[in-house]
Design a protein around this ligand. Structure first.
Ligand SMILES: [Zn+2]
Length: 252
């Protein structure tokens, strides 16, 4: 096991300057360090089909309510300072993003006197990507103002789906924010071109990814882990490297 200081250093090496600066860098590092949300030295198949050795898993952070509150407050503070428009709906997708949406909505209401509700879309169980439909029982009224949020984006396509979903109800998307982004600049530019929404992120991760045919880890026959398999694990499981090797063996 690498020592804790090494872990923190490695985390700081892959953090780029991000757009949402409402939480101190030091606190972000503490959250990532304590939750171990970034998993290094693996061999992962991302939902976009690319391969990588580093994986970000928001579920690690979900086990600490105080971190979720801190992150949500940071996003609520950033939103209020930047847009000054009252939000009606905080929209995310089934899964970890839901927890953020509820907490952000709650803080917008308490601290900024808004009257927002939280809603979420269905998601594809195989890939974890949002689907273009609201979960059963939800509906967004015409002209409502929407803040789209999610835990992480890999390529921005999930965020584009949520924006399109809100627009299909004739609602107005004011802003979109993720806790973590590993999208490249071209993908963010494409999202803006399609939706006219600038995606904001609290942490911008500089993590290399590459196509399967160009994967040095595949060439070394290192067993691969699919992101959908990681999603099924509990946060506690992830703390043991043996589980990771076991998963990779099963997937092989
Ligand atoms: Zn590979």
């Amino acid at each position: 096991m690498p020592n804790p200081t090494d872990y923190r250093m490695r985390v700081e090496e892959i953090l780029r300057d991000s757009s949402v600066k409402s939480i101190d860098r030091e606190i972000i590092s503490d959250i990532l360090d304590q939750s171990r949300a970034i998993i290094f030295d693996g061999h992962f198949n991302l939902i976009n089909g690319m391969h990588t050795d580093t994986f970000f898993r928001f579920a690690q952070i979900l086990q600490y309510p105080r971190f979720i509150t801190k992150i949500s407050e940071g996003i609520a503070d950033w939103y209020s300072a930047t847009y000054k428009i009252n939000i009606d709906v905080v929209l995310s997708t089934e899964g970890p993003g839901m927890v953020l949406a509820y907490e952000i909505s709650s803080i917008l209401n308490k601290k900024y006197k808004m009257k927002s509700t939280a809603m979420f879309s269905d998601r594809d169980p195989a890939t974890g990507k949002p689907r273009n439909s609201l979960s059963e029982g939800f509906s967004i009224k015409s002209r409502k103002k929407v803040l789209v949020v999610n835990d992480i984006t890999t390529t921005t396509t999930g965020i584009a789906t949520l924006i399109a979903l809100a627009k299909s109800y004739n609602a107005k998307v004011i802003a979109a924010c993720v806790f973590a982004s590993r999208a490249v600049e071209e993908e963010k530019a494409m999202l803006y071109k399609k939706t006219k929404i600038v995606l904001a992120e609290m942490i911008d991760l500089k993590i290399q990814q590459w196509p399967k045919y160009d994967c040095h880890l595949c060439k070394e026959n290192m067993p691969i882990i699919y992101s959908r398999d990681l999603q099924m694990l509990t946060a506690c499981d992830m703390n043991t490297p043996e589980i990771l090797s076991e998963l990779a063996r099963n997937a092989a």
